[in-house]
Design a binder for this molecule. Structure first.
Ligand code: IFM
Length: 453
């Protein structure tokens, strides 16, 4: 496989998110986010880790942009911390926060690296959570205001905009299982959070375009390849449920302007969605987008579980079990299945045949070992990347409109509930010194990008 197997216009980059790398959570007028609060809840995060310092990117922008340039990256997907811009989630933009992202974008452009900004990667201003967070419909409107403000200020230096990252996680990890901020467990009502997130996305799309007419705007969904463990009816129904809650509950409204009725029924939320999702909401949610971002990591094989023993704490899928197929897994326990990347591209393409698709995240956590000479020989991560790039190439050969690929992640960082115990970077970070060292996977990717893969 060579880079020249891909179209010249193919976008090659890496991705990060604000709370995971920036640190400086209380600097220059930034307000608290739900992750600042949640990371202080005893037992919420491995080892009591927080994003207070993270990998200190806020103070190391020059070094980090130089690192990207050295690796040969041509695009960088980062997220903008809403509480840096609006410390209380409303009101005028904080000049220092806006200045930080302007500086970052300008430095990227100077190095020929295209900025891709995500407006919401999970760090809701705590002040908005205090008013109900994503369970409160008003948060969607506050998000659109924030999106317009940022696009107005930074639209001249940021060409590509992603409204939300993985709204499934915000809704169901945040408000159902409670393993992510804000750590609430409201059962099936967590679907209301999903709806308000999607409404926020739909309102933000025209708001961004109004403020920055040249902007390309999309959303990023985490999609899974799902299959039933057997042909039996109960297992197929389990697959339908997991595919419904994980994939279709987000793809359908964004791309088709409707909710999957079976999922709404599984959730027992028909009445709420009948009132709340007036035609106008779905019309807003399905605002035409310029691309769809897909984060792909793994495949799920599922079967029906016992009604006496709920296995998954997600509403409507309580009696579904994940099956261990025996396939290799990463340190996260996620099955490695590169062809699933093609499945999720096909899924989206079937619904929106004209829409360009980007893999906005793909990567793996492994226990990295620093060798005697200081190098990190992460052959498994390099294999993971290579195998998923091969899947990307196959997808393109099959005519799927895949237009770019972003590795998760540029460097090791705060992996949410796992704290710093899981490393996804192609660049190793020594958390004691903040020294960055490209791993073998990063050096391989760099050679690949330079045409010597
Ligand atoms: O670290 C996360 C990222 O923030 C969102 N997508 C999945 C990654 C790995 O868990």
């Amino acid at each position: 496989m060579n880079r020249s197997d891909f179209p010249d216009s193919f976008v090659w980059g890496s991705a990060t998110a604000a709370y995971q790398i920036e640190g400086a959570v209380a600097e220059d007028g930034s307000g608290p986010s739900i992750w600042d609060t949640f990371s202080r809840v005893p037992g919420a995060i491995a080892n009591g880790h927080t994003g207070d310092l993270a990998v200190d990117h806020y103070h190391r922008v020059d070094e980090d942009v130089a690192l990207m340039a050295d690796l040969g990256l041509e695009a960088y997907r980062f997220s903008i911390a809403w509480p840096r811009i609006q410390p209380e989630g409303v009101g005028p933009g904080n000049r220092a926060g806006l200045g930080f992202y302007r500086d970052l974008a300008e430095k990227l452009l100077e190095r020929g690296i295209a900025p891709w900004a995500t407006l919401y990667h999970w760090d809701l201003p705590q002040a908005l959570e205090d008013r109900g967070g994503w369970l409160n419909r008003d948060t969607a409107f506050r998000f659109a205001d924030y999106a317009a403000l940022v696009a107005e200020e930074l639209g001249d230096v940021i060409p590509n905009w992603i409204t939300l990252n993985e709204p499934w996680c915000s809704a169901f990890l945040g408000y159902a299982s409670g393993v992510h901020a804000p750590g609430r467990r409201v059962g099936a009502e967590s679907a209301h959070a999903a709806h308000h997130l999607l409404l926020g996305h739909g309102l933000a799309v025209p708001a961004i375009r109004g403020a920055a007419p040249a902007a390309r705007v999309g959303i990023t969904l985490n999609l899974y390849s799902i299959r039933a463990a057997s042909d039996g009816e109960a297992d197929r129904d389990a697959a339908r449920r997991v595919d419904g809650l994980g994939n279709r509950l987000f793809l359908d409204p964004v791309l088709r302007g409707s909710y999957p009725e079976d999922v709404i029924d599984d959730l027992g939320q028909r009445e709420w969605f009948a009132t709340e999702t007036a035609a106008t909401d779905l019309e807003a949610i399905s605002a035409p987008i310029d691309f769809l971002g897909i984060n792909y990591y793994s495949r799920h094989t599922v079967r029906a579980g016992s009604p006496d023993e709920p296995a998954i704490s997600y509403p409507g899928s309580e009696f579904v079990e994940f099956v261990d197929t025996g396939a290799a897994r990463t340190q996260m326990g996620w099955e490695i299945h590169p062809d699933g990347l093609i499945d999720v591209l096909e899924m989206a393409h079937t619904m929106a045949p004209e829409l360009p698709l980007y893999i906005t995240e793909n990567g793996s956590a492994y226990e990295d070992v620093v060798g005697e000479a200081g190098g990190i020989d992460d052959a498994e991560r390099a294999d993971y990347l290579r195998d998923h790039l091969l899947a990307c190439r196959t997808a393109i050969e099959r005519g799927l409109p895949l237009a770019g690929y972003f590795v998760w992640s540029l460097m090791d960082n705060f992996e949410w509930a796992w704290g710093y115990t899981r490393r996804f970077g192609i660049v190793f970070v020594d958390y004691a010194t903040q020294k960055r060292t490209p791993k073998a996977s990063g050096r391989w990717f760099s050679r690949f990008l330079r045409g010597n893969g």
